[in-house]
Design a protein around this ligand. Structure first.
Ligand SMILES: [Zn+2]
Length: 499
């Protein structure tokens, strides 16, 4: 009898030791010698879910090769149920050969189940999607199982991974989002230049001029510097996200203003939206994995720290910004072509010398930090899309854009573009099409063959950018939609306005 009790007590205490033990991520458990596989990630997520009352796991969709996409939802009050909480979404590894975003997200999840971090959930409901592209990850390749770049797919949404992400976003309407990537500093250009970028983490935010100014201002001028400082205080080097260069070869700018990536596609809905890029390993796989993973995790913690401290001001700005999208001013304009321009300031860029291995700072003269509109259109009441155009109707549905049968009204003025010829323009160093158009007011012969797409909805600015024929970020710049532009013929999508 005594012996049985002793055995029981022993078993209980082993149990509680196990309970208190930290759960290690798969990569942590193998000493960061290799990234976590999809199978290891799945089992880790399940163990973590069992361990924590704060965590609930949702499968938000499947990849093109039918692997699960997991969202780890942390909340102390039932996810998305308390309207006073700030909703934060972090998603990683859209690019399968950028392994540290996933590893950082798993380390973050393991940290967040510790009691000392539970205070964050007094103010935050957090969802973490550690792996957006499991198919690419298994092969350590950038693209998904359909050979598509997911981070250029957020407007056309042809891929199951991006569709899953946007319907998950639409369900909760997160106020803060972060898309986690890696950059590789080891290109030939830079080696020839003699220096390379060397920051453990770079952080960028929205630049598209259609994102409400006040949101861009607070993100660029306060959030980014605060999070970079948080990283420095924890011993990681950090710098503002700035692609381009090397100096003298190409200009340096901040984020793209295209809305087809993880950051701007959510930013255009007036969210606080960020891109975090860690520095990839020299082998683009397991090299330096521990530091890469911990620096990514620390950057994500920095974002949570910022959201926690600025919960009220961020929530107010996002609510106001989204109200403007729902009740837009019809006289106002939307930019459909933009460019990166200098503003006289010089960039002091921290670099590492190839010859001496020393850190240095280089002054960049061709630095273009400001995005300015080069072509605006006035905001219509909405668009008329031919009901027979399946490609467009499917697109409206995959974006969950509100639309209805068009009920003709004598009070509407309908504007049609005619494509006179197709020119080209330089968009962030890519040559893309730029149609020349004429416009005229028409009377519709068969109004019932059209679908009405109002622009007074959350995706209103996105709709305008997508549907205007001269938009350099529009649907017509994608292969799937190039048939919309035929020289000499009218553009099939019509603008509708009050008379
Ligand atoms: Zn990437």
């Amino acid at each position: 009898m005594k012996r049985i009790i002793l055995a029981l007590l022993l078993a209980l205490s082993v149990c509680s030791v196990l309970q208190a033990q930290e759960l290690k991520t798969p990569s942590q458990a193998n000493g960061f010698s290799k990234p976590s596989t999809y199978k290891e990630l799945t089992s880790f997520v399940q163990q973590l879910d069992l361990k924590s009352d704060f965590l609930e796991t949702e499968v938000i969709g499947q990849s093109s090769e039918q692997r699960n996409l997991y969202a780890l939802k942390f909340s102390s009050s039932g996810f998305g149920k308390d309207p006073s909480k700030i909703k934060v979404l972090i998603f990683a590894q859209q690019h399968g050969n950028e392994q540290s975003g996933k590893e950082g997200a798993l380390l973050l999840a393991a940290e967040l189940v510790k009691p000392e971090n539970h205070y964050l959930f007094d103010r935050i409901d957090l969802a973490v999607v550690p792996q957006m592209n499991p198919d690419g990850s298994e092969k350590n390749q950038r693209r998904n199982g359909h050979d598509m770049d997911l981070n250029r797919n957020h407007l056309i949404l042809t891929e199951p991974e991006t569709r899953a992400m946007h319907s998950f976003f639409d369900k909760y309407l997160f106020e803060v989002t972060e898309d986690v990537h890696e950059y590789s500093p080891y290109s030939e250009d830079w080696e020839k230049y003699g220096y390379r970028k060397n920051a453990d983490i770079t952080l960028g935010t929205t630049t598209n001029v259609n994102v409400w100014d006040k949101i861009r201002e607070l993100s660029n001028q306060d959030a980014v510097p605060s999070i970079l400082k948080y990283l420095n205080n924890k011993g990681y080097s950090s710098f503002v996200y700035c692609p381009g260069g090397p100096p003298g070869v190409d200009y340096i700018r901040h984020s793209t203003f295209d809305i087809n990536d993880g950051r701007q596609s959510l930013g255009i809905l007036n969210s606080f939206s960020f891109i975090q890029e860690g520095m990839n390993g020299e082998d683009t796989f397991a090299d330096n994995l521990q530091k890469r993973a911990t620096s990514q995790m620390t950057g994500m913690m920095g974002l949570l720290d910022y959201a926690y401290k600025n919960q009220i001001s961020i929530k107010e700005l996002v609510a106001e910004g989204r109200k403007q999208l729902l009740n837009p001013d019809y006289g106002s304009t939307v930019s459909i072509q933009m460019e990166h321009v200098p503003n006289g300031s010089k960039l002091m860029l921290p670099l590492k010398s190839y010859s001496t291995q020393a850190d240095t700072v280089v002054e960049v003269s061709d630095y273009r930090p400001v995005v300015k509109s080069t072509l605006d259109v006035t905001r219509p009441m909405g668009y008329l899309v031919p009901a027979s155009n399946n490609e467009l109707i499917n697109w409206l549905d995959s974006q969950a854009i509100i639309h209805s049968k068009y009920l003709a009204s004598g009070k509407a003025s309908i504007e049609q573009y005619k494509i006179t010829k197709i020119d080209s323009l330089d968009f962030e160093r890519d040559i893309i099409i730029n149609p020349v158009v004429e416009s005229r007011i028409i009377t519709l012969e068969d109004p019932s063959s059209y679908i009405f797409v109002p622009v007074n909805q959350l995706k209103g600015n996105m709709i305008i950018i997508a549907l205007e024929p001269k938009s350099e970020l529009g649907l017509v710049t994608y292969k799937q939609f190039e048939d919309l532009l035929k020289p000499g013929l009218p553009f099939p999508v019509l603008r509708l306005d009050k008379q």
